[in-house]
Design a protein around this ligand. Structure first.
Ligand SMILES: O=C(O)CCC(=O)C(=O)O
Length: 288
């Protein structure tokens, strides 16, 4: 385990994050904790089997539907890291899976996260928590150190069928792939990355599923540039701005009112993530 509890270690995280635009591996919990979350998700997936709309909501909004994931986004180790990066007041803007099934060609093109989220700043950090090992073979992420300092870089929408991103968006500039680092994580570890960091990931060449949950933490001072107030979870400190609508943790496991709220959230997010995209190109269960 990395010892991230001492003040020296804390400043190491922030210094590395500011310099590189990322920090990993960060120990959140044990492999057994990750395995329990995976079992809970897979039980819920089995309960929703045959209902594509519910499966899509489950995979895109697990912290609104399963108490175990509501606890994950509030995990003290994650809050400790995130508050070092964006300050003591924290909201969760979204929490959803990136799933690569065994042997799947699914990939993620080189992109920056903040490009299509309609937010007015960059006080945001993603914690990507590994439920299964992230290796080169399973299709781990790759990061280009320091690329976050380029701020907003143009993208093109390519809509490649196996691309897990909403619009198959790709950076329209040359990426120095040779300099990229492989984000290797054990189950129970997380990586932390900046919303302007250049990152991508390849296919899963193994016969096991690769699952990571991407938790997007924002400072309450951030604001959507258009549309209604989005639904967020308030997980640390105070919100002195009121730019978002706060939602409660799930009432229980897969409860009717939580499905309804997840659907409302999905409808609002779709407006933002697919802005300007023709209906026939809108995919189900894709985000980013
Ligand atoms: O899970 C992946 O392979 C990509 C995730 C990603 O792009 C993100 O979390 O921003």
């Amino acid at each position: 385990m990395n010892d991230m509890h001492s003040p020296l270690a804390a400043s190491t995280l922030k210094t590395a994050y500011d310099r590189d635009g990322y920090y990993f591996p960060y120990d959140v919990a044990s492999a057994a904790h990750a395995a329990q979350l995976l079992a809970d998700l897979e039980a819920a997936e089995a309960e929703c089997a045959g209902d594509r709309a519910k499966l899509s909501l489950l995979r895109s909004y697990p912290s609104q539907l399963l108490p175990s994931f509501a606890a994950l986004i509030r995990h003290p180790r994650l809050i400790d890291a995130v508050t070092q990066i964006i300050g003591r007041d924290v909201l969760v803007w979204s929490c959803g899976f990136f799933i690569k099934e065994a042997g799947s060609k699914s990939f993620v093109s080189w992109h920056q996260d903040l490009n299509y989220w309609g937010l007015d700043g960059d006080d945001e950090v993603t914690a990507w928590y590994a439920l299964t090992p992230a290796t080169v073979e399973t299709g781990c992420m790759r990061f280009v150190a320091g690329s976050h300092r380029q701020k907003d870089v143009p993208h093109v929408d390519k809509f490649a069928p196996d691309n897990l991103l909403t619009r198959g968006q790709e950076l329209a500039v040359k990426v120095d792939e040779a300099s990229a680092v492989d984000v290797l994580l054990n189950a129970g570890q997380a990586s932390l990355h900046h919303g302007h960091l250049f990152h991508a990931s390849g296919p899963n060449l193994t016969n096991a599923r690769r699952l990571g949950v991407a938790i997007r933490y924002v400072a309450p001072s951030m604001k959507q540039t258009s549309g209604d107030k989005l639904l967020v979870s308030h997980v640390a400190g105070e919100d002195r701005y009121g730019n978002f609508e706060h939602m409660p943790p799930p009432a229980g496991r897969l409860q009717p009112e939580d499905w309804a709220r997840a659907k409302r959230n999905a409808d609002m997010k779709k407006e933002i993530l697919y802005k300007g995209v023709k209906d026939e190109l809108v995919k189900v269960n894709r985000r980013g």
